[in-house]
Design a protein around this ligand. Structure first.
Ligand code: KG4
Ligand code: ZN
Length: 345
């Protein structure tokens, strides 16, 4: 049994959550900063850090209040201390260390990417266990990451491949910006794609050599730019395009992304000999992607929509496994910009 407070501040969401036994979410509070970054069409690190400072205490109070628990009842405080923006990470790490020290609770250090992989377990009946003999395959598709993993256990994870340039969510956001959609554009672009013709434009699909798990999305992005707005993206403006033209570009872009993702996930399942695929990250809420996943020869464990984008429940959930194993962090814990997951040898 465990009752854990999780804290998340890796990028531009300030979040706190209370989770029981790694699965039962008692509260999940997320303060987004979309409005602050919208005019820059991307996350500005300095603005993100300042917003975390303003949001962290109200978010913590709300998470504890909604869960209806007192500090005394908690078993541990978990913090996503890597990877992320250093200024953002430091706010959450400082808050978590302060609470753990003043409440006399153990501190648990969480890798945000591992938490995304775990997010599909939240709200389910039991925690599935990968083993070296029956490993899980994992994929994180977010604004900052597009990566494929093998999990021999929830802590023994290796990176097998991923994007060599833009992340998937980043490509969605950039194509959305080309079409004049609001930031962050991923969900808007996905909605527009639903009413467009996915075969109208034959955008490139970079698959690399037969076994490769690498991906590249920057060439696709440039092809979309030239098609939508003309050479170098300078011949037309988004406002010159009709709604049908925009929808066809969105649908054709999404079709190219999904073809690449489906092929890479098939290769990943084959290479890891896995029958279970864990998916996480903001783009995993994409409906068309979820439909594609049904074609894969695997049980796919998908997060509920509120646990796809950055949240603290996934960290508090994963922390249960660390708690049971007695894997606690010292109060000297640092914020680290890179993930702890090693590249496969
Ligand atoms: O996991 P997340 O909240 O942040 C990172 O850790 O990066 O992911 C945010 C990303 C954004 O790029 C957003 O546009 C994208 O996920 N996203 C989507 C959808 N919902 C969110 N992209 C495509 N389709 C969606 N439905
Ligand atoms: Zn994330």
């Amino acid at each position: 049994m465990s009752l854990i407070l999780g804290i998340e501040s890796t990028c531009d969401e300030t979040a706190a959550a209370v989770v029981r036994d790694g699965r039962e979410v008692l509260s999940n509070v997320v303060a987004t900063q979309y409005d602050l970054h919208a005019k820059f069409r991307g996350v500005v690190p300095e603005i993100a850090s300042r917003a975390h400072i303003e949001n962290i205490l109200p978010v913590l109070q709300e998470a504890m209040g909604r869960a209806g628990v007192t500090a005394r009842e908690l078993d541990a405080v978990a913090i996503a201390h890597r990877p992320g923006l250093i200024g953002s990470l430091l706010i959450g790490v400082t808050a978590a260390k302060t609470l753990a020290w003043s409440w006399g609770k153990p501190l648990i250090a969480i890798d945000h990417i591992q938490a995304h992989l775990y997010s599909g377990v939240l709200g389910t009946a039991e925690i599935p266990q990968p083993t070296a003999e029956a490993p899980f395959a994992g994929a994180v598709f977010s604004g900052g990451h597009t990566a494929l993993y093998r999990l021999n256990s929830w802590t023994d994870i290796t990176l097998l491949g991923g994007t060599i340039d833009d992340a998937l969510g980043e490509a969605y956001d950039k194509v959305a910006a080309m079409l004049g959609l609001p930031f962050p554009g991923g969900p808007h672009l996905a909605r527009l794609a639903e009413v467009g013709n996915p075969t109208r434009h034959a955008f490139p699909r970079s698959l690399f050599e037969r076994e490769s798990l690498d991906m590249s999305l920057s060439g696709l992005k440039t092809a979309v730019l030239y098609t939508a707005l003309g050479k170098k993206g300078l011949e037309r403006k988004a406002s010159d395009l009709t709604e049908t033209e925009k929808a066809d570009v969105a649908a054709s872009f999404q079709a190219a992304c999904l073809d690449v993702l489906e092929e890479k996930l098939r290769r990943l399942l084959k290479q890891t000999r896995s029958k279970t695929l864990l998916l996480g990250g903001g783009v995993s809420s994409n409906t068309a992607l979820r439909v594609r996943l049904e074609k894969l020869p695997a049980r796919v464990i998908l997060p509920q929509k509120e646990y796809c984008t950055d949240n603290a429940a996934m960290s508090a959930g994963l922390a249960h496994l660390h708690y049971v194993a007695g894997n606690f962090a010292p109060l000297t814990l640092d914020a680290v910009t890179s993930s702890s997951i090693p590249l496969a040898p």
